[in-house]
Each structure stands twice: as structure tokens, then as C-alpha cells.
Design a protein around this ligand. Structure first.
Ligand SMILES: Cc1cc2nc3c(=O)[nH]c(=O)nc-3n(C[C@H](O)[C@H](O)[C@H](O)COP(=O)(O)OP(=O)(O)OC[C@H]3O[C@@H](n4cnc5c(N)ncnc54)[C@H](O)[C@@H]3O)c2cc1C
Length: 411
């Protein structure tokens, strides 16, 4: 029987897919690698998009890879190509251009797409935007330059990134969310107040517990938004951050197990041999907390890409990492470490709020499982962050309440 070089297909060229391709090439100079994306760009830094939106970062600083990088490594990057179907019996990936790519191992790394706003008037009006891609950012910037008022809608990370962008560009900005405070699955009312105070300092009007009911348009562009509680909010541009839906639809009809994301074990392999998932779309078995979950952070996606690439090439490494996330939040920082979720019943949490710098407050919340620190969220001063990351990594036990409380003051 003829032996061919191994064929790898990767769906999605975000940080998970591109890192996996790089790892595969390092480990095997002869294999064939097809990296497929519907976007028109090589890998760029999504984490940098908010600063690009604010106008403090140029487009070339957002780009991480170029086409030459792929050519030099003989990685076939197919841009503007949508994968429409996966056939795990025939071991083939099908695209919207009718091409068929056979594989020996497949990586699903195609992330998620933002949920649209489904209210009266939203479909027929221009300038209602999600914020996920570089092209989204370019379109929003063009509209911001001709706008005076803006609405950021939602209680997610993405909604505050847009709110921050609108406020920094001096638009008259309202931030509207359905929940009682921002990030309601992570924070508590105290943490919510800290964030509100920072946003208000930047002139943002923050509205909780209400939702968009209708967009009222004039000549096809938004004039104002009507809310369920009867408010009228002026908005020339509307940014939507209502969470993402993971792109699992292309797996319909396969035996690959899908729950919220694509279910994989700690080796990032699905229940179908030779098929792996990585990054935002992977619902992975996290050895640090002992169950499956998804995680939408850059470090996690990059770490997944590295491990999935190694394992597709024949290795057998578990993914065991403590992903961290840091981002500017108006004029302070927000940092998330490991698993920080108030809606996980098996996690206990403690929090502290205290005066910080620049007239802001610091807020710190720590999450424990069986007396081990598994996650943290810090708003304001990031002092002590590295120590907390090490503690999560080392799985140190903090048996008494006093020991756990002491971590709130760690610098
Ligand atoms: C505005 C913004 C700010 C963020 N800020 C931070 C931050 O500060 N810190 C942090 O840790 N994380 C941040 N994140 C999250 C982080 O960027 C993601 O967790 C990470 O990029 C996920 O990488 P990925 O490779 O899994 O997927 P993605 O980067 O989503 O890449 C998936 C790719 O697959 C493509 N694709 C989807 N379906 C198909 C298909 N059928 N066929 C072909 N291609 C397809 C998509 O278009 C996309 O290009 C931010 C995200 C956004 C949008």
C-alpha cells in the first residue's frame, strides 16, 4: 500500500488554528497543511481590536502573520473560504467553493460568531454592529467618525470594549444592559458599582435592567432606540455585545459530540478518532477544575493550538494551563485568571472592594474549588496577579477562611 505524507486540515485561522499549523509544521516537514478561513486576512490579534477601535493602534500593529510567513512554511492558507460541511466517514472537509479537502487529522478551530440584535427595526437599519473581526472594527470606525451619539448594548466584555471605544472618541455614549450589573456571571453588585463608577467618569450614562425593544430609524439610519421600560436613547451608531454562538453547525450530521461547544477530552480530541477541537469552540475537559467547559480567551486558544497541533501529529499531551486575560477597562485594567464564574455551583467566592488609584476603586474576587484557588478577577491595580497565577498553577490548599481572605490582600 502506498504511504502518503500526512494530510492535516484546520478550520479557522485564529490563534488556535494558526498555532496548531505552526506546531504541525515544526514537528513534520513533509506533511500537508490546509488552513481555511472565511476572513480575508492571515492571523491578526483580536485582543488588539479595541485599541484599534479607539484609534490608538495602527492596522499593521494588529496583524500578527502575513501571507509570506505561510508560504515559507508551506502552510496552504485559504482565505475567503467558508467550510460548509464535514464528513467524518469519508474524512473530508467541504467548502462553499465546492472544494473537497481530505484529511488524516482534522482540527475544528472556527470559534464563534456574535449574536445579532433581534428586535423590531434592527434588520432594516444600518449602523447596528457586532464587534468580532477586523472588518467589523473598520466599519464601526468609519461610522463613529460621522456620529455624535452612541449606544453600547449588553453586559459582556465586548459591550464594554465598544462602550470604551465610543467614549474615548468623545461620542455621547449610553451603555445599556439587561442585567443588574456588568458581567453578571462573574461580578457581584459591589464589583458592578466599581465598573459603573469608572464608566461614568468617562461621561458614559450607564443603564441597567432594561433592554432594547425597537430601533426607530430615519432615512434608513438609527434615530433613537426605544427600550422595554419606555426610555428613548439617541444613537447614531449601535454596538451589540450579546455573547457569541459557537460555530458548530458545520458538524451537523456527523457523530462528533457537540454540547455548547465541540466536546473534547484533555488531549483535545473529540469522540471521533482523528478529529480535534481547539480555542473558543472547544468544550474541553479542564484538569484544573475537573470538568468540561468552554473558555473565550486568547491565551487559552493559543495553548490549545499548541497541544492540539502536537497531538494531531502523534503526541499525547494533556492540556493543563491557567489561562489569563488582561485588558484595559477605561483608565484601569481588568485581569481574569483561570476559571472565574459566579454561576458555577461548585465554586465558592470571596471579594474585596477598596480605594485605588486615579480616584477609582480596586475590586478583587477570588474563586475556590475544594479550598484551592481556581480563578480570580481583578479590576484596578494588577498588583499580586503573578503570585495568584502561580497559586492557581500549584493547586495550593487554603484550608481556613483566614488564609483565603489573606489572598485578597496579596500584592
Ligand atoms: C473585540 C475582542 C476583544 C477581545 N479581547 C480579549 C482580551 O483582551 N483578552 C483575551 O484573552 N481575549 C480577548 N478576546 C477573545 C479572544 O480574541 C478569543 O478568545 C480568541 O481570539 C479565540 O481564538 P480562536 O482561534 O479560538 O477563534 P477565532 O479567533 O474566533 O478564529 C476563528 C476563525 O474561524 C473563522 N471561521 C468560522 N467559521 C468558519 C467556517 N465555517 N469556515 C472557515 N472559517 C470559519 C472565523 O471567521 C475566524 O476567523 C477578544 C475578542 C474580541 C472579539
Amino acid at each position: 500500500m502506498a504511504v502518503h505524507d500526512k494530510r492535516y486540515v484546520i478550520i479557522g485561522n485564529g490563534v488556535a488554528g494558526t498555532t496548531a499549523a505552526e506546531t504541525l509544521r515544526k514537528n513534520d516537514p513533509n506533511c500537508s497543511i490546509h488552513l481555511i478561513t472565511n476572513e480575508p486576512y492571515p492571523l491578526y490579534n483580536r485582543v488588539s481590536l479595541p485599541r484599534f477601535l479607539q484609534g490608538v493602534l495602527a492596522e499593521q500593529k494588529v496583524m500578527i502573520r502575513n501571507f509570506t510567513w505561510h508560504e515559507q512554511r508551506n502552510i496552504h492558507l485559504l482565505i475567503e473560504t467558508l467550510v460548509t460541511r464535514v464528513d467524518t466517514d469519508e474524512r473530508v472537509v467541504v467548502t462553499d467553493k465546492g472544494e473537497h479537502f481530505p484529511y488524516d487529522a482534522l482540527l475544528i478551530a472556527n470559534g464563534g460568531w456574535a449574536n445579532p440584535l433581534r428586535v423590531s427595526g434592527a434588520k432594516d437599519v444600518k449602523h447596528v454592529y457586532n464587534f468580532v473581526t477586523l472588518d467589523d472594527a473598520k466599519t464601526i470606525i468609519a461610522r463613529m467618525l460621522e456620529s455624535r451619539t452612541a449606544l453600547a448594548y449588553g453586559g459582556s466584555f465586548i459591550s464594554y470594549e465598544m462602550c470604551d471605544g465610543f467614549a474615548v472618541r468623545k461620542l455621547d455614549t449610553t451603555w445599556l444592559m439587561r442585567g443588574p450589573y456588568w458581567l453578571r456571571n462573574v461580578l457581584d453588585p459591589e464589583g458592578g458599582e466599581v465598573v459603573d463608577a469608572i464608566a461614568k467618569k468617562f461621561g458614559v450614562e450607564v443603564v441597567h435592567g432594561d433592554e432594547v425593544a425597537e430601533i426607530v430609524a430615519k432615512n434608513g439610519v438609527p434615530s433613537y432606540v426605544k427600550t422595554a421600560k419606555g426610555r428613548q436613547i439617541q444613537a447614531d451608531v449601535i454596538g451589540i455585545g450579546l455573547g457569541i454562538r459557537l460555530n458548530t453547525r458545520i458538524l451537523a450530521g456527523t457523530a462528533i459530540e457537540v454540547r455548547n461547544g465541540v466536546v473534547v477530552n484533555e488531549y483535545l480530541e473529540t469522540n471521533v478518532a482523528g478529529v480535534y477541537a481547539a480555542g473558543d469552540i472547544a468544550e474541553f475537559f479542564d484538569v484544573a477544575i475537573g470538568h468540561h467547559h468552554t473558555m473565550g480567551t486568547w491565551d487559552n486558544a493559543m495553548g490549545h493550538g499548541r497541544i492540539a497541533g502536537a497531538n494531531m501529529g502523534g503526541d499525547h499531551q494533556p492540556y493543563h494551563d491557567v489561562p489569563t486575560y488582561t485588558s484595559p477597562l477605561f483608565d484601569v485594567n481588568i485581569a481574569v485568571i483561570g476559571t472565574a464564574r459566579s454561576d458555577s455551583p461548585e465554586l465558592e467566592s470571596i471579594a474585596r472592594r477598596e480605594p485605588g488609584e486615579k480616584g477609582n476603586e480596586n475590586y478583587r474576587k477570588l474563586f475556590f474549588r475544594e479550598n484551592k484557588l481556581v480563578g480570580a478577577l481583578m479590576i484596578g491595580s494588577p498588583k499580586g496577579r503573578k503570585k495568584l497565577v502561580d497559586i492557581v498553577k500549584n493547586q495550593q490548599v487554603f484550608a481556613s477562611a483566614a488564609e483565603r481572605e489573606a489572598l485578597l490582600g496579596l500584592r
